[in-house]
Every structure is written in C-alpha cells, then in structure tokens.
Design a protein around this ligand. Structure first.
Ligand SMILES: NC(=O)c1ccc[n+]([C@@H]2O[C@H](COP(=O)([O-])OP(=O)(O)OC[C@H]3O[C@@H](n4cnc5c(N)ncnc54)[C@H](O)[C@@H]3O)[C@@H](O)[C@H]2O)c1
Length: 233
C-alpha cells in the first residue's frame, strides 16, 4: 500500500487548498503520483474558527475539499471498490443552516458569494460562522454526491468529530474569543478524543469492512449531537 500525504508543507504534495491554483496543483500532482488510480481519499485538511483570514476557513474547509473530491473522482472510479471520507465536525449541526442562504451559496459552488456573505457577518460571528457553515456544507456535499458516486461504485462518507486533542483545538482554547466556550462544551462522554480515535473511525469507514456505509455523516463526538438534537438523525 502506498500513502500519499498532502499538506501545506513537508508532504508528498505541498499545496495550498485555500486557492484555486493550489487546488488545481493538488489534484494534478495527486493524479500523477497515483497514476490516476486511487483506492482511498481522505479529505482532512481544515482550519478552525480562530484561523486568519477568516475567508480561508470556508475556502479550505469547503472549496478545498470539494475540489479534491471532484478532481479525484475519476481516479477513485478507476480504483474499483474505492471510497472517500471527508472530515466535517459536530459543529455542523449546532445550529440550523436549512434556510440560510449561505448553505445554498456553498452548494452552488460560488466561493465569491460565500466569501461576500461571510464578510458581511457581525464581528462576533466572524470565525465561528465560517467554520460551522463550511462543515455543514461539506457534509451536505457528501450527501449530494451519494447517488452519482454510489452508481459509480465509489463510497463517500463524512466523519463529524467533536473536540479532538490536536493543534487546531489547542489554538481554539488559547483564543480569548473561543477558549471558554470550547472548555465549557463538554461531551456526555466527559473527555476529548485523541486524533487516533478519529483515525480509527476513518480507517473503518474507508475500508473493506464497511461496504454498505455510503452517504453517511458519522458523528464521533462523545454524544454532543445526540444531546443537542435528540430527535434528528
Ligand atoms: N480538533 C478538533 O477538535 C476538530 C473537531 C472537529 C473537526 N475537526 C476537523 O478535523 C480536521 C483535522 O483537524 P486537526 O484538528 O487535526 O487540525 P490541525 O490543525 O492539527 O490539522 C489541520 C491540517 O490541515 C492543514 N491545512 C490547513 N490549511 C491548509 C491549506 N490551505 N492547504 C492545505 N492544507 C492545509 C494543516 O497544515 C494541518 O496539517 C479538520 O478538517 C478540522 O476542521 C477537528
């Protein structure tokens, strides 16, 4: 098995997923390195609510991910029984985005419209709304593709973690705007996940042991979604 890593730096493919040019470079390089044949794609790169500029949060978390999904779909089809997993977040459902025009703008693929709407938000929503909306939209992007991808024999799912002990969470905890809210939001299972816990779920969902899991959003959040939305699933 060969693993191809992609990141801003120190990876097999160094590319900036916040820009159109970076995404094109990432797709082209990935296609070349896998010889147009991929078994598994995991879209994990993302920015937290504290990231600057805030426009990059939506650009990486939604437009970077969908560019990789769509750009590498042919390579996944060529892999036979391939699958892809996108990392969303439990924050995707903490508020409803159903009637919010932001969601429509994401799903129409209009990065300019999304960024303009995010720029118009009041300062107190500046980082959180781009994060939560991008994570909601990227989960919707998975479900929107379920019919076409399933028919092509490629499984596609989203994993939605709660708080995971990583540099992203540490940066949120250290940020005076978000630190207290993150500390106070404890999951029923009173601990934070480790990256390995989420990796294990991604490995399972992406692998041969989950042949019928497709188009799903799987929460790994210690029970937060269940307590916030007990009757929606
Ligand atoms: N840590 C949490 O509590 C938590 C909770 C829910 C969801 N998530 C999601 O999990 C995923 C992984 O996050 P993490 O917690 O490991 O964070 P992290 O900051 O440790 O890792 C994020 C990775 O994304 C890369 N990245 C950032 N901007 C990029 C860009 N423009 N182009 C290419 N790569 C870029 C970073 O270099 C880094 O390697 C993210 O999508 C995040 O939103 C994390």
């Amino acid at each position: 098995m060969r693993v191809i890593g992609m990141d801003l730096r120190s990876a097999d493919i160094c590319a900036d997923l916040s820009t159109t040019a970076g995404r094109a470079r990432a797709v082209e390089a990935a296609r070349a390195l896998c010889d147009n044949k991929l078994d598994v794609l995991v879209c994990c790169a993302g920015l937290g609510p504290q990231a600057e500029p805030v426009s990059a949060i939506a650009s990486v978390n939604y437009f970077g991910v969908t560019a990789l999904l769509d750009g590498l779909f042919d390579a996944l089809k060529a892999g036979g029984r391939a699958s892809a997993v996108v990392v969303s977040s439990s924050s995707a459902t903490l508020q409803s985005w159903t009637d919010n025009p932001l969601r429509q703008a994401y799903l129409e693929g209009s990065e300019q419209a999304v960024l303009a709407m995010l720029e118009a938000l009041p300062p107190e929503q500046a980082g959180y709304a781009p994060y939560a909306s991008s994570k909601n939209a990227v989960a919707c992007a998975v479900r929107q593709r379920a019919a076409a991808w399933g028919a092509a024999g490629v499984r596609l799912n989203a994993v939605a973690p709660g708080a995971v002990q990583t540099p992203l969470l540490e940066a949120g905890l250290a940020d005076p705007r978000y630190g207290a809210a993150i500390r106070n939001s404890t999951a029923p299972i009173g601990a934070r996940a480790q990256a390995a816990d989420i990796a294990a779920l991604i490995g399972f969902v992406a692998g041969d042991s989950a042949p019928f899991i497709h188009g799903s959003v799987l929460f790994a959040d210690g029970g937060i979604d269940a307590t916030m939305r007990p009757y929606d699933f």
